[in-house]
Design a protein around this ligand. Sequence first.
Ligand code: CMP
Length: 220
Amino acid sequence: MSSDNERLFERFGREFPAGTVVFREGDVGNEMYVIQAGKVNITKKSRDVETVLVTLGLGAFFGEMAIINQKPRSASAVVLEDARLLVIGPKTFEAMIRGNSEIAVRMIKILAQRLQEADEQIENLLIKDHNSRVVHYLTHMASRGKAVAGGILVQVTQEDLAVKVGLKVHEVKEVLDKLLRARLIRVDEGGGGGALIIHEVNRLREFLEFLEMKEKFGDI
Ligand code: CMP
């Protein structure tokens, strides 16, 4: 830990073992958290199914919305890997934002990014056809993927993909199988099944256009 981090941790830090529920959706709370080590899942329950919205790691923050909006927690936070968190109360939060424009700007950027991702997810969920929904999401992920030999590496498990596109895992698998057979993608063996390689993003885009045409005009 750097000495700055040590000082912050002495003042605001707490250790949270894996499995700790930091707070639950609907709780009243006015503290925010900054991750100094470990990982935290942000989860939301819908029709009795708990879904991971995002996994946050080093440097990320959460729990700021309840302070800003003065509303109950919009989601739950559960520690995935033993974590060291800075726990920041509302007064310190306000002092931090007012006193340090760099922190305020960083926070605005992250909130804007979250909104953009939510908008992109809404756009995706409005696509009716399952094939198009998965392909649309993969083309979007490819723009943030890493160039590797043989294509673009996209870090995503079938489970994550299913959550993001609002389908069941077996439905996602069916679509991925079609893409594998068409040699548009392959599973990254080194990634333990948690990553895909998209051979040519442009071909995947063309395939998406083809699917959109098919939906518009039907099979002719
Ligand atoms: P709050 O509503 O206080 O409690 C739940 C927290 O989860 C929320 O603040 C945000 O910090 C965080 N959160 C909610 N939705 C997302 C999301 N889509 N991506 C990242 N973090 C989120």
